[in-house]
Design a binder for this molecule. Structure first.
Ligand code: TYC
Length: 101
């Protein structure tokens, strides 16, 4: 008589996929006007005036600044939108993304 192997059902916790979080990074350059950087930070990343000024000045002084932390796809879309806003005016303004540890 052959024995039929039966698999014991193992209960697993329902897994909730957490969105992969990415930092949006703003890079300094020598040409983009400060006011324009502030306008992009407000328009694309919804920062208020004070936040936008602080982020712009930090990038200006240190070379880079974290703008926001968002789900990967949203971070990439907004970084591209910010870089495109500068390019549309002929500025080398650049945003990038990197995974949050
Ligand atoms: N450094 C630019 C200037 O002096 C201003 C600037 C700040 C540009 C931050 C980019 O990410 C930046 N006009």
């Amino acid at each position: 008589m052959s024995k039929i192997a039966t698999k014991r059902q193992v209960k697993t916790e329902p897994r909730v996929e957490r969105p992969r979080l990415h930092k949006v990074i703003l890079f300094n350059d020598d040409y983009t006007p400060r006011d324009f950087v502030v306008e992009v930070l407000k328009g694309v990343f919804r920062l208020n005036e004070t936040q936008a000024l602080n982020v712009m000045m930090t990038a200006h002084r240190k070379g880079v600044c974290v703008v926001v932390v968002l789900a990967q796809d949203i971070a990439e879309t907004k970084a591209a939108r910010g870089t495109e806003a500068g390019a549309a005016k002929g500025y080398p303004l650049r945003f990038g993304t990197e995974p949050e540890e």
